[in-house]
Unconditional design. Structure first.
Length: 383
């Protein structure tokens, strides 16, 4: 039986991590999940939590014990949560978080403890995080490329950038410098804002004054609608590109009429209906969207729901493999999960087809992306 432990309040005090605890095998698989269901990142974490209602209760006949804690988007709280999973819950697998900074924190703890970690937000998987971490969301270079290719095809020469003043904003800004500039675009202006900010007027006025051909917004969730709205309200007429972190119906709700004509990188879960029947992402995408919208209403589908849902599709492939050589609750089982993540091929999910390797911890290719625009208040595939 799968049990959810939803925290009413997060634990503020950090717990010490005195190395790897001694474990005994158990009759269930424990999965600890730290996600952001309160604070500025809640628009991402809530769909991830909601999607857990549609994941399996057991895999290969073994019950799943799923423990969900809110980190509020705070790296310190995410660290505390991850340490609780290690020391108190004796977790076999750790997931999280919903935004980049706390995901880094969770990854650090998981790699220190030697527990498989599945990130639910894009994050830099540096050498010290490589052994035990993989990431479900599409890597920035794959999603950025489809945006820059569209810019180039539409004769965009100059680009303004406005993004978060954190590691997620850095990932997108650095990717534009790496890929966009190489395709012939130049940076007209760079502006940043914090996730909790309620105004970006000053930054937008500078961008409008620079008058670039296009503007790239490196933000996520409902906060991505803030610069979108402000840019249109201040009379910017050029192309506006949003990242896959904005891909949800909340963006249209927040931005309103200003969302019209936006160009947005997205995972295929936002539009599985228009995929060919041969697409491996179509069936899981349709299954998730049907279940999600039946529970949460028409057009409630979300890019972020796909991340947590797909994590369990991955586990449905790797856990049976790991169980052949080890029992849950043991270091050997953790290692078997890690090895199976790298050996299983073509794991079809709603957001892409996963092939993790020692060097590629995202495991995705171009099948994991589509380009959307907004027309008459609805997402439409850009063909």
């Amino acid at each position: 039986m799968k049990r959810f432990y939803l925290s009413a309040a997060v634990v503020a005090a950090a717990l010490a991590l005195p190395g790897l605890p001694a474990l005994a095998q158990t009759s269930e698989i424990t999965i600890g999940i730290s996600i952001t269901t309160t604070g500025p990142g809640a628009a991402l974490g809530i769909p991830e939590r909601n999607a857990l209602e549609f994941v399996p209760k057991e895999i290969a006949g073994v019950p799943l014990k799923v423990i969900v804690l809110d980190d509020g988007g705070d790296p310190t709280t995410a660290t505390t949560n991850a340490r609780r999973f290690v020391t108190e819950s004796k977790a076999d697998i750790i997931m999280g978080s919903s935004i980049t900074p706390p995901t880094i924190a969770v990854s650090n703890v998981a790699n220190e403890a030697g527990i498989p970690h599945i990130g639910l937000s894009p994050f830099p998987i540096t050498p010290e995080r490589t052994k035990w971490s993989v990431s479900m969301p599409q890597p920035i270079p794959i999603m950025g490329k489809v945006l820059y290719e569209h810019m180039k095809a539409h004769n965009v020469k100059t680009v303004g950038y406005i993004g978060y003043s954190d590691s997620y904003g850095d990932l997108w800004f650095n990717d534009f410098k790496s890929q966009g500039v190489a395709m012939g675009m130049t940076l007209a202006d760079e502006e940043r804002f914090a996730r909790p900010d309620t105004s970006v007027t000053g930054q937008v006025l500078k961008l409008v004054a620079a008058n670039p051909d296009a503007i790239l917004v490196g933000a996520s969730g409902t906060a991505a609608g803030l610069p979108q709205t402000e840019l249109r309200d201040r009379g910017y007429k050029g192309l506006i590109y949003q990242t896959h972190g904005a891909a949800s119906m909340d963006f249209i709700r927040i931005a309103g009429k200003a969302a019209e004509g936006v160009l947005m990188a997205s995972g295929p879960v936002m539009d599985p209906e228009d995929q060919p029947d041969s697409a491996l992402t179509k069936k899981p995408g349709m299954a998730l969207d049907k279940a999600y919208e039946a529970k949460y209403g028409p057009s409630s589908r979300s890019q972020f729901a796909g991340h947590s849902y797909d994590a369990f599709l991955v586990l449905e492939r790797v856990i049976p493999v790991a169980l052949k050589t080890a029992k849950p609750g043991t270091p050997e089982f953790r290692e078997a999960i890690r090895q199976a993540l790298l050996s299983e091929r073509d794991i079809a999910a709603s957001q892409g087809v996963y092939n993790f390797t020692e060097k590629d911890r995202y495991g995705l290719d171009d099948r994991s992306r589509i380009l959307l625009t907004v027309k008459d208040g609805k997402y439409v595939l850009v063909k």
